[in-house]
Design a binder for this molecule. Structure first.
Ligand code: GTQ
Ligand code: FE2
Length: 377
């Protein structure tokens, strides 16, 4: 499914972990005394932990999980009634908390996913942080996110970037509320002790509502970049990847497939990756984002990879199988695929899905592995 596949042990080669192969001391009072000494001195021996610390293959505590849009939205609406948005709290965002992560507000060990909600005419103050962020819009419109003073319209199907350390605030100029999906690398930044934050103005700095942002006018022309800006940028300068282009790219892949030309990932499965036009790589240093389209009745090959993903159904209906769990899913539903868990997607009438993941981290560390069932790699 992805590039850079390497030698991967097959599932059947997973045998006992080293701890089960012996190498354990006889229990006796002297040993207990030794272990108490370890505890007193803040020490832990490897030999009792090795099976957990160095498994034959990833054994993440992250669980496969499905959140229903039909359950998320009414709760976000209720938060809209009860919870103000302003300086201090910063955002009316409700995080999807993975049941395997002990109550932490994290979808996976690296990824934050939240539903954010703004009432009509409401605005969220400007700030900036080292965490990378994006928005994905499954329904609605009327909010502009202002990124470093550039107002960017948010509409259904759009994928919008707020790379680390860019000031951003959101304001709803319409008479309807709006909810959307936020994705950030908050857990990764938290665990690695690399978080910085700065307040900006309490009111968004530019309340104009252009259909296209300055960033799009400068950067979002296919295959063209301004000669004045020829250097590589850490994150994509395209503030908004518009649905009309994503949709057309996916539709074209499937038409090309009908015509017998290559382009799809596998039969009936079109996919695009959002990319940084200055590098050809991922949109932000820690986050990859993609859009997938399955034709009616398509079933994907089972695949798994190092790193975790969050998916949101954009349109259609289908079945999602993660490890030994299975769910049906429809518009707005959000699910998590833990590291090295197998994933199979099956479309009913056709299925459109947005996906984001932490793969850029593992690729840069040369720790990424992919295994696709039936593929010869
Ligand atoms: O919109 O700026 O879900 O800073 C979490 C942290 C959204 C945001 C979140 C944030 C934001
Ligand atoms: Fe933010």
């Amino acid at each position: 499914m992805s590039d850079d596949a390497r030698d991967v042990p097959s599932p059947t080669s997973a045998t006992a972990s080293p701890a089960e192969a012996g190498g354990q001391p006889e229990p006796r009072p002297a040993l207990e005394q030794l272990y108490r000494g370890f505890t007193d001195e803040q020490l832990v021996p490897l030999w009792t932990e090795i099976g957990n610390l160095m498994p034959m293959q990833p054994t993440p505590v992250t669980q496969p999980h499905m959140w229903r849009w039909q359950h998320l939205l009414p709760l976000a609406e209720r938060a809209g009634d009860l919870v103000p948005v302003g300086r201090g709290g910063e955002r009316r965002a409700i995080a999807l908390a993975n049941p395997g992560l002990g109550g932490a507000p994290y979808a996976t060990p690296t990824l934050w996913a939240a539903i954010q909600y703004l009432n009509p005419r409401e605005s969220a103050p400007e700030h900036r942080h080292s965490q990378n962020a994006f928005r994905f819009v499954v329904e609605g419109e009327g909010v502009w996110t202002v990124v470093d003073g550039d107002p960017v319209a948010m509409r259904r199907g759009d994928f919008l970037l707020t790379p680390g350390w860019h000031f951003h605030g959101h304001h709803n100029v319409s008479d309807a509320p709006m909810a959307w999906l936020d994705g950030l690398d908050i857990p990764f930044v938290h665990y690695t002790g690399s978080a910085f934050f700065e307040f900006g103005p309490e009111q968004v700095s530019d309340t104009s509502t252009p259909a296209r942002s300055r960033a799009e006018r400068l950067w979002a022309h296919p295959g063209l970049r301004p000669v004045s800006r020829s250097q590589r940028e850490t994150s994509s300068p395209i503030a908004a990847y518009r649905w009309e282009y994503t949709d057309a790219a996916l539709a074209d892949q499937l038409v090309l497939e009908d015509e017998g030309h290559p382009g799809v990932v596998e039969p009936g499965h079109a996919a695009v990756r959002f990319s940084n036009p200055t590098t050809g790589g991922d949109v932000m240093p820690t986050l990859r984002a993609e859009f997938h389209r399955l034709r009616r009745d398509t079933v994907t090959a089972s695949s798994r990879e190092v790193g975790s993903s969050v998916w949101q159904v954009f349109d259609g209906r289908g079945t999602v199988r993660i490890g030994d769990r299975e769910w049906s899913a429809e518009r707005g539903d959000i699910f998590v695929v833990p590291s090295w868990a197998s994933l199979v997607l099956a479309a009913d009438d056709g299925l459109d899905l947005f996906r984001f993941c932490d793969t850029p981290i593992f690729e840069r560390l040369h720790a990424h592995r992919v295994q696709v069932e039936g593929a010869h790699r």
